[in-house]
Design a protein around this ligand. Sequence first.
Ligand SMILES: C[S@@+](CC[C@H](N)C(=O)[O-])C[C@H]1O[C@@H](n2cnc3c(N)ncnc32)[C@H](O)[C@@H]1O
Length: 369
Amino acid sequence: MLFEEYINFNYQFPEPQYLGAKYTHLSWINNFIPKNVKTVLDAFSGSQSVAFLFKQLGFKTITNDYLNFNNQIGLALIENNGTKLTNEDLDILLKPSKQKADFELIENIYTNVFFEKSEAQFLDNFRANISLLNNTFKQALAYTVINRSMTRKITMGHFGHTQALVYANDPERIKRNRSLVRPIKDIFEDILPKYNNAVFDNKQENKSFNKNILDLIPTIRNIDLAYFDPPYCDSHADYQGFYHLLETYTEYWKDKEFINGIKRYEPQRYSGFDKKRDVISSFDKLFELSDDIPHWLISYNNRSYPGVEEFGKIISKYREVKIETKTYHYGRGGKGSVAGSQEILFVCTPKKKHFISQNKGNHISDERF
Ligand SMILES: C[S@@+](CC[C@H](N)C(=O)[O-])C[C@H]1O[C@@H](n2cnc3c(N)ncnc32)[C@H](O)[C@@H]1O
């Protein structure tokens, strides 16, 4: 490791609370990153924990998630090489908004669902003020930290249940987790320094995208390594069900319906990787489109559809594959992390292809990569 990369490891990724985050597996994944890669893609980046590792390793890091609240983390911590939120910015974010009438979505939809009225009003006011910050990275940091504050406040850190206010009034739960009764503003001010301190410059032009990966891949070139961590289909794949509120807050939808007890938005974004009926053809498409990217690392779990063996066969149409496994002994670590289930990494390298050179009619046999 170069000296500058050691310095990058002085920066700490703020602990995420996101289903399937690879935060606790980073040093294991790091063992399988091939040597001599320079530009890398984190294709399904979620909390951005793997993209952050790539940035620390000094790679030019391209990161992507089709949910915008995750893209905001990518802008704030991966693409952003130096901008932080200052006390003056905080004053802007917390002052009473003049646009109150246009910012009542959280109060109208989520009062008494996830928040009491005053907290919902605080969130709307803060959201109105984000657009007053004059810089994309500052705005991204504001979204990142307020969204994380919301997951701290809600039991289990997701919005796929309707027990938030019940739990927030349960003394036993409050004893275990004080955040349930803390004002969101306090949580925000408490965790903001962790995010500011995680902003650093790895001397590369990193980039965060907010696209369906099948639309993004054809537009990017010269990637040496792609990391694919798709939703584990059939086992906690419904990211829009769990985190709908963060997407609604970030997008501040004007054109959606809010349905069911949890008031998730409808229609949802199309993934292609979260439903059994789509997933196999989506993988085939993804792998075909990724043909120019020599190395792939693919995270998987032994409880997903298709099963490990079948998935391995799909990958082996395109790449040489080695399967690495890490067994969970405890029930912690995110999506699918029940004790006994396995975190799997498909380590994929180029197939040795032979081709006939067109040059001067000479027939040359060579390795493609
Ligand atoms: C297993 S999580 C990734 C976790 C991430 N590696 C981490 O450490 O936090 C899968 C992610 O894929 C995203 N996703 C699902 N379908 C997608 C698509 N078609 N294109 C891009 N991202 C997608 C989800 O929003 C989710 O964040």
